[in-house]
Design a binder for this molecule. Sequence first.
Ligand code: ADP
Ligand code: MG
Length: 692
Amino acid sequence: MLDGLFRPGSVAVIGASNNPFSIGNIVIRNLVAYGFKGPIYPINPKERSIRSFRCFKSVLEVPDDIDLVNISIKNTLIPQTLKECGDKGVKFCIVHSAGFKEVGEEGIQREREMVALAHQYGMRIFGPNSQGIQNSDPEVSVYANFTFVPMKPGNISIIAQGGGMGELLKLHLHNVGLGHRLYCSYGNEADLTMPELLAYYGQDPGTRVIMMQIESFKDPAAFLAVAAKITPHKPILAIKAGRTHEGSVAVSSHTGTLVDQAAMATAMFAKAGVVEFHDSEQMIKAAIAMSTQDPPRGKRIGMVTNTGGPGIQMVDEAVSHGLELARWSEAGRQRLAESLYAEASLGNPVDVVATGGPEHYFAAVDTLLKEEGVDMVCVFFVTAPFVDLDAIAAKIKEATAGSPKPVVMVVETSSEYYRLIDRLRACDIPVYEFAEDGARTLAAMARYAELKGRPQEPPPQLSVDQPAAAAILARHAGRHAYLPQVDALALLAAYGLPVPAHAAIGSRGDLAAAAKQVGFPCVLKVDSPEIVHKSDAGGVALGIADAAALEAAFAKMANRFAGSQAAYLLMAEQAAGREIIVGAKAAPGLGNLLLFGLGGIFVEVMKDIAVGVAPLSRPEARALIRSIKGYPLLAGIRGQAGVDLAALEELLLRASRLVADFPQISEMDLNPVFLYPRGTAPAVVDVRLRMQ
Ligand code: ADP
Ligand code: MG
């Protein structure tokens, strides 16, 4: 329980000083300015008083219990101070001081010792290199943080790894007149972890929406577990910072390059029901809407406007974010026709026209909200000088009051008329500036609703030969090299993955027996850990029709690879099918991630892929398949037959089960896998796999 941190009864500020530009001084100023409900104790051996508070030489001199201390002294002085805090019975220490993990080896050691020392006394460290915490609950009103954004009560809570981003999120809420509930920026996460903080936010009754900014996951599995428990009852909106590529890591498989930190975050967010954003402005706007509105039941948006252009923008943005345009019932259309001007358009968006006044807006919004086929409403209003703005606000309020459906407004006006915006916000209606923002925000709410309602079940039981797979991997343990194709294919077969008939060839003498086993037409491939891209090296001969052709192909290849320790593989040739790639990559602290996408140029140029956390459940496998842009190519489009989607689902489940059962598999590429219309089994024709 983190009440001692977020609801402290008393706070001591170690390193407080009379220098108004020091962290300690500012923390005291903030605690006072925002009316902290408990006593404040500045600690500094050299001062008598700070900001009218009596100053103590050490926490040990303080006559009262201390729950929380803020520490901003030089990092080398911290151990001695921590011992005193421990003796005093302090519960939580916010360490603002820097010079720890972020400065390298020496700092890492210092950080480790600090945490070990705190734990000896049962204390927890928040930070170091951190900003601190805030809780605007009027019962506590604690601003134990050295920053500047004013604090007032609200119901959106913020967890940010980086202080600058956390501050930005708070600032924007403040600028639109909103407060926030809990705030923390946790810095190095040496002891108290982000998932622990998140769990606290999850159970905080005053928090309705959680916004997160994450730079790196220290414990991805813990985050996943905690977030998944919160999202069914509270939205979590998150940004993973640092999405650009880790170019420095040398990776030779497609999966290796495509599955990066950002893909891992996306996979985890989807699994845990977290709404992901790539843009902080959009995240804040969505959080604002979610702080007063419940998620929609479906994806059908109804729109109202008094001018054409922004209406079109709303439609474009809504549709491109996956929303559907609602249609009205005959009765609804009738009511619109009777209530609006003759020039009004009664479709979606409803255009009440520029002279449309409060009654018209009321009729349009009220009608749409009462329509069975409308899940959410976006209202655009551009100030018309001949319209009574106060009455508009009052009528919108009347129309939306009591409706469970989310309504957002977009108001285009000049600063003289901002009172309209203030009035609407005062009735808990989110107001934005751009038509696109209204549509995007509702789309984000629909995304949350979709995640919340997603089918959840455990990964299925599959019949697999785990001992056989374990035996194959045991033979290669510790070698880090790519497994010979024959072994990798046998491993896949043990997990019920569809591999074509194949045989290993050591020398020319093996050809006849191998051909008998595999049959014609067949494919001859070089099989060597040194040759990663076989076809580029001339190591794949396709369309071998008979024994003579096989002899010729072998002679050519043996000649080409003479001198290297190459072995060969004969494989039954498969008819051309839809090519996909299925891959996996180990994600430290999480297990393996499974990648899926269309193969060939699609994966190389379009990077049209989806990533999930292994092992997948059936609904997760299905969602992964549907989430790629090329899905229509798999489902069948314009008279072209689709592929066997059930077989694809099974294949993803089995591949994900394999890498989940054997987390030592660090990289796997099934590329390509051929898919066929229903009735023909898929075929994994190439596998590249290695262990940690
Ligand atoms: P690499 O990826 O190392 O170059 P592959 O084994 O993937 O080698 O072979 C290259 C290409 O040859 C594949 O992308 C596929 O188009 C084709 N191919 C490989 N094996 C078969 C097979 N058994 N049947 C049909 N085509 C194949
Ligand atoms: Mg290949």
